[in-house]
Design a protein around this ligand. Structure first.
Ligand code: HEM
Length: 201
């Protein structure tokens, strides 16, 4: 059956798909094949929109997941996560500008911005898969830790009175920052800022 807990795997799959589409799109424009370049890039954009919807849905209901690795891998993970998060906030804007310039036929301007958009977008897609592997496959939380750090399975205090306006930081870049703070700290207040979401009844 479909479950919220399968969304991180779907998200990693969508990130991997957009990586492949971006690389293929780049290869096609290098071969002067504008038609297939366009198809690949529009598809990469559509896949990224799906990713964003799935990502926001998951974190809206589940909150943050703590990284349990210790030592050097923890430093490596947070270095990756911070760079991924900062650049991920830029991608929607860069991708839209790049796409609009191309669709309006402003190809020299398209090419200029695309030379920034493409590597940043690729970095975010690839590191998205790496973050998923480290967080959910290599160093997964125990069920108990998951229940303690998220609202799923521990939803006792927030009731029906919780309204949409209580759901903090839902504007994507703000949400990313709030999630990052909660993921890097053990402060329950910071974590609550992200996880104060009512599970629908
Ligand atoms: C956000 C999505 C897109 C990205 C990331 C992207 C990326 C790129 C990149 C990196 C280049 C430069 C290639 C090089 O340096 O040789 C380029 C060129 C080009 N792209 Fe896109 N592209 C996107 C969407 C589109 C779309 C929708 C079209 C539709 C027609 C298009 C048409 C072109 C054309 C005609 C060029 C050649 C421009 C020139 O050489 O002056 N692109 N694109």
């Amino acid at each position: 059956m479909w479950q919220l807990s399968s969304l991180p795997t779907l998200n990693a799959f969508l990130n991997a798909t957009s990586t492949i589409l971006l690389l293929a799109g780049y290869r096609f424009i290098r071969q002067q094949n504008v038609r297939v370049h366009k198809i690949c890039m529009v598809a990469a954009f559509a896949v990224s929109v799906l990713f964003l919807l799935s990502y926001l849905t998951y974190h809206y209901y589940v909150g943050t997941t703590r990284f349990t690795g210790q030592g050097w891998i923890r430093t490596a993970y947070f270095t990756l996560l911070i760079s991924h998060t900062v650049l991920a906030a830029l991608v929607p804007f860069l991708a839209l500008v790049t796409l609009f310039r191309a669709l309006k036929g402003q190809f020299p301007q398209h090419r200029r911005v695309a030379r920034w958009t493409l590597p940043i977008w690729l970095y975010v897609s690839v590191t998205g898969v790496l973050v998923y592997l480290m967080l959910y496959q290599l160093y997964p939380q125990t069920t108990q830790e998951q229940a303690e750090s998220t609202r799923l399975g521990a939803d006792t205090s927030v009731s029906e009175e919780t309204t949409a306006s209580d759901r903090k930081g839902y504007f994507y870049p703000t949400f990313l920052c709030a999630e990052l703070v909660a993921a890097t700290t053990n402060d329950p207040a910071a974590n609550a800022a992200v996880t104060t979401n009512a599970v629908p009844r």
